[in-house]
Design a binder for this molecule. Structure first.
Ligand code: UN1
Length: 497
């Protein structure tokens, strides 16, 4: 198999460099070689996008609908094959990989429909005789920078609203997982997406990403990834006058109250903390448990975590796939050591045998909310268990974090569930459900240090991918020299009132 190249202006274009895409379950397995573009590839993609975008924006919404619908159908038909590729390049279990590929297909289909639903508003002017219309227009050329942990769903949920609303796209997928993004590019091209409307530029953030942020031809950047990179992108976009949206980290709390159903609380916590190897910004990394249920919860959770089968992502028996690469594994192991040094009792967390980057899930008990291991995002299969005296203390601790993405509670009490829903400082609240794992058709995003800018996904995505135009239309001269007289009621309707 040759090198998988960038897609620029409808042509497959190589670069000076290519990088191997390595399977984290088995580092001897190389999925393929992928071009690593540079700043000049971004420049070429911007030129192609600028040439193509006006025609795309003016095309009938039916044209945009049909392209998105076709890609959705293609992804749906190929979800097993794509799920396998995803699991092989990223390390999610096969079930999770196929689930994510399916989600990407559903997102394409959802935004195919949204293409036809974009409407405006007509509002009465305060000045007589004038019509006011509020319409949405594309932002223009959008740069999308996506992370490795959802290598098909996150590109899908940024590409689809961008294209549905008439923008041209330059996608830079994570350097670690270019395979799924390359398949998306292939599917878009095969579905008849016009040349230059969708461009793929693979490569490193420090070259490709940095050029996207500074390039004057890119009007907006949507980013999902780490906190330091995201913050830098916000500053860079402000400097260059670009619209920007960033989804960054989380240290998501799962509050477990005494009145919770123990089995539900444990399975929700284990799912939120360990599934997808904990590599989700929505992962439940702080389990805040009230005193009455604490010991039973810890006993059951540690047993369940220890029983989870860690192994090759493609083995159907595997429940926890590998960590994505060596440096992420090193980071996770250093947090396990830190939690011990901070005084936690650690169960699991060690390296697991095998030809990949395997790690057993870790439970840090006896944690406090002030420990570094409870405050910094680890992005691995590690969860701190923090004991709280009661609901009030648990809520205060849940909110005592720089992040605010997803916040969960396990309780059988409507009173506490409702109070928590109102007072959790987070963009998303989950009751008796894991903090991770969201629907594809409703807004996604956080508050505080987790997110910046407009929400993603669902119809709310239009806030970012469109700009508003307000038009004032006077069908005749509205300011007659002699003043205005109110219109006369017709005699036909007058008697009705
Ligand atoms: C989910 O929990 O279903 O990077 C999605 C992430 C998030 C996506 C989470 N942006 O983990």
């Amino acid at each position: 198999m040759g090198v998988c190249e960038n897609l620029i202006g409808g042509a497959w274009v190589g670069g000076n460099e290519a990088a191997p895409n390595v399977n984290p379950s088995n580092t001897d397995d190389v999925i393929g070689e992928y071009t690593r573009g540079d700043a000049s590839a971004v420049d070429a993609a911007v030129e192609a996008a600028q040439a193509a975008q006006p025609g795309w924006a003016l095309a009938s919404p039916q044209v945009r609908h049909d392209v998105l619908e076709k890609v959705g159908a293609d992804l749906m038909a190929r979800r097993e094959e794509l799920g396998q590729l995803l699991s092989r390049e990223e390390g999610k279990t096969l079930a999770e990989g196929i689930g994510e590929a399916t989600r990407a297909a559903q997102i394409f289909k959802f935004f195919a429909g949204e293409t036809l639903r974009l409407g405006g508003e007509a509002i009465a002017s305060v000045r007589p005789g004038i019509e006011v219309m509020i319409e949405r227009e594309p932002v223009g050329i959008v740069g999308l920078i996506t992370p490795w942990n959802f290598p098909i769903a996150i590109p899908a949920w940024k590409i689809t609203p961008a294209l549905a609303y008439g923008n041209a796209v330059i996608l830079k997928p994570a350097d670690l997982t270019p395979g799924c993004a390359w398949e998306l590019a292939r599917s878009l091209k095969a579905a008849g997406c016009p040349d230059g409307v969708f461009n793929l530029v693979m490569g490193r953030g420090s070259t490709v990403g940095a050029r996207m942020v500074e390039h004057p031809g890119i009007d907006a950047i949507s980013f999902t990834g780490s906190v330091p990179v995201g913050r830098g992108i916000v500053v860079g976009c402000a400097t260059h006058g670009k619209k920007v949206q960033t989804e960054m980290g989380g240290k998501n709390p799962m509050v477990v109250l005494d009145d919770a159903d123990l089995d539900t609380a444990v399975s929700v916590s284990a799912n939120g903390a360990f599934f997808s190897t904990g590599q989700r910004c929505t992962a439940s990394s702080r389990l805040i448990v009230t005193e009455g249920i604490h010991d039973a919860f810890v006993e059951k959770l540690t047993a369940e975590a220890a029983a989870l089968k860690v192994g090759d992502a493609l083995d159907p028996a595997t429940q926890i796939g590998p960590v994505v690469d060596q440096s992420q594994l090193d980071q996770n192991l250093s947090y396990v050591a830190l939690a011990k040094a901070e005084g936690c009792e650690v169960s699991g967390g060690g390296r697991a045998n095998g030809p990949g980057f395997f790690q057993h899930p870790a439970v840090f008990t006896g944690a406090t909310n002030q420990m570094r291991s409870s405050r910094e995002e680890i992005f691995g299969p590690c969860a701190s268990v923090i004991k709280a005296a009661d609901y009030d203390e648990a809520l205060a601790m849940a909110n005592d974090t720089e992040f605010g993405l997803s916040s969960g509670i396990c309780t059988s009490s409507l009173k506490y569930a409702s109070h928590f829903r109102r007072h959790a400082e987070a963009g998303m609240v989950m009751v008796n459900l894991p903090t991770a794992g969201v629907d594809y058709h409703v807004p996604f995003g956080g508050c505080k240090g987790s997110s910046y800018g407009a929400r993603e996904q669902g119809a709310y995505a239009r806030e970012f991918y469109t700009t508003v135009k307000t038009s004032y239309i006077a069908p005749w001269n509205p300011i007659p020299a002699s003043g205005l007289s109110p219109p006369q009621r017709s005699t036909k309707t007058a008697h009705l009132t």
